[in-house]
Design a protein around this ligand. Sequence first.
Ligand code: NDP
Length: 297
Amino acid sequence: LPTSRIIDGKAFAEGLRRRVAEAAADFLSRSGRAPGLAVVLAGEDPASSVYVRNKAQQTVEAGMASFEHRLPAETGEAELLALVARLNADDAVDGILVQLPLPAHIDAQKVIEAIDPAKDVDGFHPENAGRLMTGLPALVPCTPLGCLMLIKSVQPALAGLEAVVVGRSNIVGKPMAQLLLSESCTVTVAHSKTRDLPAVCRRADILVAAVGRPQMVRGDWVKPGAIVIDVGINRIPAPERGEGKTRLVGDVAYDEAAQRAGAITPVPGGVGPMTIACLLRNTLAAAVARTGVVVDV
Ligand code: NDP
């Protein structure tokens, strides 16, 4: 049976981080300071804690300044908004990322809207969402930006292709659809109310799964030769590895889909590593846009 090309997101992300690090060094020599990223974590969520640590570590490795703010879970909304206001006013900070989810007593939307759109490296502020939609320069959410880079690494010209995005969240599905539309794809956005999802997926030359359901997209949902991008990160029991062990799988049944796809991202090692690399890229882009310092990327 034919098997597809595996899109190595880990290697691509390493290359991107290297290019960003070179540009960050250039920025430092021209402006006298490194680009700076502030990451705010409220509460003790273990997964969030790991993400924040990885983000800080990779920021430093890219030659940027990392400002970590870890707040207790009981931090009030007003206190968090005051911190965001301080970071907005701090010239050493080019990017602000507030790690989600926030504790339930804090209105996440209010916090997102408090971030200066010029420093909104997650691209979640409505101003950046609107700019993306209207084709203006914008800070674009990191995960879909990374997905687009991976797609273009195997297929640089996307005009006219059928793209299906499964999932319509503000952080992945919707901006992914918008980016593919900007590339002149014919875009379908599917979700939990979509009728006959397998048939919709089978139309796709580019199929992006961002659902959060382990291995939901089956092999026979994939058009032969399609590019399959699996955003899902799901932890499932793996008794074959020993009692109580788990493993990560995507939203796509990888082994089946790889028999039909032209190219496919694995989980782990596909989209995941691109997210932080794109965060660093957005921080550099924000630093350049805020200061007018020109660097070669
Ligand atoms: P959300 O839960 O916010 O959105 C999930 C979307 O999937 C919704 O639009 C929902 O539809 C849709 N959906 C749910 N069930 C079905 C179904 N049975 N059929 C069709 N559509 C369905 O998730 P996110 O967008 O935040 O994340 C999606 C996945 O990507 C998760 O596994 C997450 O862990 C992963 N992720 C990975 C990242 C990375 O760095 N690689 C970054 C961010 C997320 P509806 O709107 O109708 O409810």
